[in-house]
Design a protein around this ligand. Structure first.
Ligand code: IVH
Length: 713
């Protein structure tokens, strides 16, 4: 059976091992998105997609509490402050809000509060309801009524000092208007830019050749994080106050009282707030705001309900990073209905075939949409990634009326089809079995939703990516031929496939327009490049196999294959035989190579089945010499042992160390386990040493390693 990708398994079905891997994967993703969002003001996913990641992450921690370590993201907010601004520690942390997405979650929120406070059923509970402004939160510290510091939220505990910039925002008072101001008060709220100002700013930016912002939130953040506050001053920023941090004397004992006080001391508060007393009133408020949303001059992404009585807020306190007494009720993503005119297949850099909906143009949330994602073949048929029906199994046909959704800045998606409007002539879409970019056959692996082009070496959609891989350090390692050069040579038709790299010199000698005449090149750099290419005309078999960029063939599988087959001819002959079927002897022999499973074997067979890959390989082999794999020494002292290299090795590179171990018949691993025989540690080795101790694994210095294998360095 094919291994299932843990990212599509429901949380309650994950094994502990899968949960750990999935938790780590989500954590890495969330960290990246946080960085993009908080430090670069350039989000990489929609808010809805981000929320989904975060929810799954937290659900996994709920189900597997061991995973909630002190480092867990569920204990943190946002990202550490960006470099360049001084840091400010918030006297009271700046928290985040939990999200509710539907009526049930709002009702649960109210129910939880009632239970926590042990309230009688007829005890009235009031909440404030207010728009959730899509800007960036700010903490303003006033001492004796005078603004002393302004800080961004940062990671919730520590933000950036943007006082100089905030002083240019007219809606932030330098001095509070109140008669009796608390000696110390931190007032909080949202900095934002209006939609109109955002559009105008982008027009100016574009005209000046400067980068444009993705949305008003990013433009507000970018404007605030200027090193030069005169730039901030030129950007129209606004501020709504809605909350507070440290405060020496509370001027009111309700949330609504606090909003009124904020008004009195000179802040702008959002005029749309009101008090609500039941779940129904909350939901009505949410609907009302959703209806008003498009007409507002600023972006809102939901509403916030806060328990009105502050003594109750204090009793409820916080859970990890958000208060129990408040919740953000988000708006559904923006949708529109339109007609699906056609489906086009795009081929990605890695050969994935993606269906794209070509739509009757329609405005969704203020943006004209003509293309939308249809994800994959199954999605069109109404089948989800887990094989279960989605949209109650409704398929999508050309001519159908469909629902498009835009969430944040991501590519719009088709989320549903309106069956009542299906015309008789609506056409089922036959997903192509051939790559539209190169005509090679396109295949789906077992358990995979994506169909991929197998024409790795010749598919124009993948060529640049393949060439980049081909010349990379762990493949052919051609100095002076990096991604940029590959791209430029490809664009000019000079290098279209690997063989072209090795014929470049001869062609250049005959060409009228020489490489040396190109911008950024000269006689010397061209000579260096040709020397670097010549230096790689002889290559080890494992590097060659790896360099072909066959799916699932990383360095270690390439070495396994090289060692097993010895020559490229033997490998090709075996694969030609293996293509005859899974019961062929050759296929059996292939999967009997330790470490090569069916998924890998199938990928190899597919690659070598494509005649144009073989032709491209022939052209390459005509230019280079392949060294057969060095024989493994079965009698070496480390034969059959499992070795982990860690720390900064000083006498050999990591690649060299691995190759050396493998030549001696040992296996190398990336992490220490019970099965590890030796850990070879250079200076700065970290947690792996601890693990070695835990499992009683012998630890060697580099010198001890060389002594063990009987080599001197
Ligand atoms: S109250 C302890 N009220 O939403 C509660 N936050 O997801 C503090 N936001 O960081 C937040 N409008 O940037 C609150 N009316 C509002 C808000 C609001 C926008 C933002 C704020 C906060 C984030 C939480």
């Amino acid at each position: 059976m094919a291994r299932q990708d843990p990212s599509v398994i429901a949380v309650d079905k994950l094994t502990a091992k899968q949960a750990k891997a999935e938790h780590a994967r989500l954590e890495a993703g969330i960290r990246q998105h946080d960085q993009a969002y908080y430090q670069k003001d350039a989000p990489t996913v929609s808010d809805a997609a981000y929320d989904a990641l975060r929810r799954r992450y937290e659900a996994i921690e709920d189900a597997f509490p061991d995973l909630r370590t002190l480092e867990s993201l569920s204990r943190k907010i946002g990202a550490a402050p960006a470099r360049g601004f001084a840091k400010v520690r918030h006297a009271v942390p700046m928290l985040s809000l939990q999200n509710a997405f539907d009526a049930e979650e709002v009702a649960d929120f109210v129910g939880r509060i009632r239970r926590f406070l042990n309230l009688r059923e007829d005890e009235p509970v009031a909440f404030t309801a207010e728009p959730k402004i899509d800007g960036l939160s700010m903490s303003l510290r006033y001492e004796s009524g005078v603004l002393v510091t302004a800080a961004t939220r940062g990671d919730g505990s520590e933000g950036e000092d943007v006082t100089a910039n905030i002083q240019t925002v007219t809606e932030v008072p330098h001095r509070l208007k109140g008669k009796k101001n608390p000696p110390v008060c931190e007032l909080r709220g949202e900095i934002y830019m209006t939609k109109a100002d955002f559009l105008a700013l982008n027009t100016r930016q574009a005209a000046a050749g400067e980068p444009v912002f993705a949305n008003p939130r990013n433009s507000a953040a970018g404007s605030l994080r200027q090193k030069d506050s005169s730039v901030t001053a030129s950007r129209p920023l606004h501020f709504f106050a809605y909350s507070w941090g440290e405060i020496s004397e509370m001027p009111a004992n309700t949330q609504s009282g606090m909003i009124e006080w904020l008004d009195e001391i000179g802040f702008k508060t959002n005029p749309l707030w009101k008090v609500v007393r039941t779940v129904d009133e909350m939901l009505a408020y949410h609907r009302d705001m959703e209806a008003k949303r498009a007409k507002l001059d600023y972006d809102i992404d939901g509403v916030v309900y806060k328990l009105d009585r502050i003594d109750w807020q204090d009793r409820l306190g916080f859970v990890s990073r958000s208060p129990r007494w408040a919740i953000a009720h988000k708006f559904a993503a923006e949708q529109a209905t339109t007609v699906l005119r056609d489906i086009e297949i795009q081929v990605g850099r890695t050969g994935a075939l993606t269906p794209v909906a070509k739509l009757e143009p329609v405005t969704v949330g203020g943006v004209v949409v003509q293309n939308a994602s249809l994800h994959n073949e199954d999605y069109i048929k109404g089948i989800g990634n887990d094989g279960e029906p989605i949209r109650d199994g409704r398929d999508i046909r050309i001519g159908d009326t469909v629902i498009v959704q835009r969430a944040g800045d991501v590519i719009p998606q088709i989320v549903d089809v309106v069956l009542d409007k299906r015309p008789r002539a609506a056409k089922r879409f036959d997903f192509p079995a051939k790559c539209p970019a190169c005509g090679s056959h396109a295949v789906r692996e077992d358990g995979e939703a994506v169909r991929r082009c197998t024409g790795g070496l010749i598919c124009p959609a993948q060529q640049v990516e393949r060439l980049r891989h081909f010349v990379s350090r762990t493949a052919f390692d051609i100095e002076g031929l990096g991604e940029k050069q590959v791209q430029a040579f490809f664009a000019d038709g000079l290098v279209m496939e690997p063989a072209d790299i090795f014929t470049l010199k001869a062609r250049d000698a005959r060409a009228a327009k020489k490489l040396a005449d190109r911008e950024g090149y000269g006689e010397i750099s061209v000579r260096n490049l040709f020397d670097a290419i010549d230096a790689r005309r002889t290559v080890s078999l494992n590097r060659l196999i790896y360099a072909l960029g066959i799916r699932h063939i990383g360095e270690s599988n390439a070495r396994l294959l090289a060692r097993h087959f010895g020559t490229i001819e033997a490998l090709r002959a075996a694969l030609k035989e293996a293509a005859k079927g899974k019961d062929s002897e050759a296929y059996g022999d292939l999967t009997a190579v330790g470490g090569i499973g069916e998924v890998v074997a199938d990928a190899l067979v597919e690659f070598f089945k494509e005649s144009r890959n073989n032709e491209a390989l022939d052209r390459l082999l005509a230019e280079i010499t392949v060294e057969p794999m060095e024989a493994v020494k079965a009698d070496s002292p480390v034969a059959g042992k499992i070795i982990v290299f860690t720390g900064a090795l000083e006498k050999m590179t990591r690649d060299e160390a691995k190759a050396m171990a493998e030549r001696l018949g040992a296996k190398t691993a990336g992490s220490v386990s019970k099965k590890t025989d030796y850990v070879v540690a250079g200076p700065g080795a970290g947690s792996k040493l601890g693990k070695a101790k835990e499992f009683g694994v012998e630890v060697l210095t580099e010198d001890e390693w060389f002594a063990l294998i009987g080599e001197r360095r």
